[in-house]
Ligand binder design. Structure first.
Ligand SMILES: Nc1ncnc2c1ncn2[C@@H]1O[C@H](COP(=O)(O)OP(=O)(O)O)[C@@H](O)[C@H]1O
Ligand SMILES: [Mg+2]
Length: 274
């Protein structure tokens, strides 16, 4: 189970993305980025953060530590921003906290070099979880102490918004053309060879066990939180087996900060990136 802390002070909102997370202090003297249960997509976003965050870290990718975070909305009473007030009021009880990385910088592909092996692992992982939110427009990567850190996995495993067509979800290809690491010649074939065998039923069962029951309870079509967990395990297990052969690295649609050159336009067909 994830460790649990209680929020003691709301410091400031983070406005880069859309969900209005906040920097919050907690009773363990830690500082966290708090993701609110009352925000936009609600608990599904937090479920995705837990599953993908825990899974990514278990695969050796850098993801800040996660905690369960209790909130009493009263800590936001002096907050002048009405939007923040409403969010806090709608989020009493259990929320998600992510270790705050002080002094981290947003990833800039022109300023930070990523090796083909690491780029491949991140792209493969994003393909596995169906992450559409790691584009050059919105990298959701931080650079901290000279290393790349992965954040913001709320917009992933999108099939859990309907739970229909799970077989299609398990085999759905991933277009990485807009991925922020596409220009770094990601070695997806090597990543698949290393990471896919590590995605086992056991690992996925452990990772999904970290999702609080309260965020899975009452899910339409399932009779228990564990039944929902098994559905996550099933799709991710099936995706892990085949996704390496279903990743496209094509031409970027718009004007990115560093448009991929012709020689980088490859179709990864499961043998090797040409
Ligand atoms: N763990 C963290 N440490 C430091 N800054 C963070 C951390 N998590 C998020 N941020 C900052 O907050 C912004 C918004 O967080 P994010 O998780 O991307 O939420 P969203 O995009 O849904 O608003 C990020 O772009 C980043 O600048
Ligand atoms: Mg974001």
């Amino acid at each position: 189970m994830l460790p649990e802390v209680t929020a003691t002070r709301y410091v400031t909102p983070l406005r880069e993305g859309g969900s209005l997370p906040g920097i919050v202090e907690a009773d363990d003297l830690g500082t966290y980025v708090m993701k609110f249960i009352g925000a936009g997509q609600g608990r599904k976003t937090l479920v995705a953060e837990v599953i993908c965050g825990q899974l990514g870290r278990r695969l050796g990718l850098r993801v800040p530590e996660l905690v369960r975070m209790q909130l009493d909305p009263v800590i936001g009473l002096s907050e002048p921003d009405e939007e923040v007030q409403d969010l806090l009021k709608a989020s009493g009880g259990l929320n998600l906290g992510m270790d705050y990385l002080p002094g981290s910088l947003g990833f800039d592909p022109l300023a930070f070099e990523v090796g083909a092996a690491e780029a491949g692992q991140v792209v493969w992982f994003d393909a596995l979880i169906g992450n559409v939110d790691r584009s050059w427009r919105n990298p959701n990567l931080l650079v901290w102490h000279g290393n790349l850190w992965l954040i913001d996995h709320g917009a992933t495993i999108i099939w859990h918004h309907s739970w229909r067509g799970l077989d299609a979800a398990a085999t759905k290809p991933y277009d990485a053309s807009e991925h922020v690491l596409a220009p770094f010649a990601p070695d997806v074939a090597a990543a698949a060879a290393t990471l896919a065998p590590r995605i086992t039923e056991e690992l996925l069962t452990e990772v999904t066990a970290d999702v609080p029951d309260a965020w899975l309870d009452g899910e339409p079509g399932f009779d228990s939180p564990d039944a929902v967990r098994r559905a996550y395990v099933r799709v991710l297990l099936e995706r892990a087996a085949a996704i390496g052969e279903r990743i496209t690295l094509g031409e970027r649609s718009g004007d990115g900060p560093s448009k991929a050159p012709d020689w980088l336009r490859v179709w990864v067909d499961g043998k090797a990136a040409k």
